[in-house]
Design a binder for this molecule. Structure first.
Ligand code: AMP
Length: 238
């Protein structure tokens, strides 16, 4: 039998800090970080051939076709060792991807523990501020004003159905991601600990209420987080 493997899913609008937080969580919790967006950027940067529609979609802030992204994620999931937990970053982004992911995780024995979705949120002005800052620092081709607007719009239009789909088979924690990155990491780790301590039944995890329907299931699997080694000491709760 496959042992219960922890899965974290980090989602939210562009600029909210998904990538930074997902990387840090993977490091602190000893999980594999899987970001389709980063894999695609790496492929583009290294000159590997990518279908033209992928390059074009990314440049203007559109989503890459499901079948390409799904395949990418599936390949990586299949390569993961049997004991490796994971942090998915920026996937799934649509209801359809969420359903595909559920099937993949189930087939790989990774649904024994209910995945935790960290749904990061921040006011639009803060997102724009961070994206402009990142554009100046990192020169991501899709951090131009038009592509940013499109990515925000897409996120907002997909969010309700994506959240509703995920709430059926994951525990969704909505988190105010306005604090600076370091504080936010600690806040997320505390949220995971609180969930573990509460045994998955608490509605008071994090600063935002859990999504309706996601907090009161018996055997939610949230206890799994109690067993995860946190690599650095967390600062004492103040
Ligand atoms: P990200 O690094 O997550 O902001 O993603 C950058 C770009 O990669 C997105 O704007 C999309 O063009 C593409 N991408 C990343 N993840 C997905 C996904 N789950 N579905 C479709 N396209 C994606």
């Amino acid at each position: 039998m496959t042992s219960a493997l922890p899965s974290l899913i980090v989602l939210g609008p562009p600029g909210v800090g998904k990538g930074t937080q997902a990387k840090r969580l993977a490091e602190r919790l000893g999980l594999e970080h899987l970001s389709p967006g980063q894999l695609l950027r790496d492929a583009l940067a290294s000159g590997r051939p990518l279908e033209d529609n992928v390059r074009a979609a990314m440049a203007v802030g559109e989503l890459v076709p499901n079948e390409i992204i799904d395949r990418l994620v599936q390949e990586r999931l299949e390569q993961l060792g049997p004991q490796r937990g994971l942090v998915l970053d920026g996937y799934p982004r649509t209801q359809q991807q969420a359903e595909t992911l559920r099937g993949m995780l189930a087939r790989l024995g990774r649904l024994e523990r209910r995945p935790v979705v960290l749904w990061l949120e921040a006011p639009r002005e803060e997102l724009m501020r961070r994206l402009r800052h990142r554009a100046a620092q990192e020169h991501r081709p899709d951090d131009n004003e038009r592509a940013i607007a499109r990515r925000l719009e897409l996120h907002e239009s997909k969010a309700p159905s994506l959240l509703a789909t995920l709430a059926r088979w994951t525990d969704v924690a909505r988190i105010d991601a306005s604090p600076p990155a370091d504080l936010l990491t600690e806040k997320i780790l505390n949220t995971l600990r609180e969930r573990a301590a509460a045994g998955g039944g608490a509605t008071s995890v994090g600063e935002q209420p859990m999504l309706a329907g996601s907090s009161r299931r018996p055997n939610s699997g949230s206890m799994s987080w109690a067993a995860i080694p946190v690599r650095d000491e967390l600062p004492p709760a103040s």
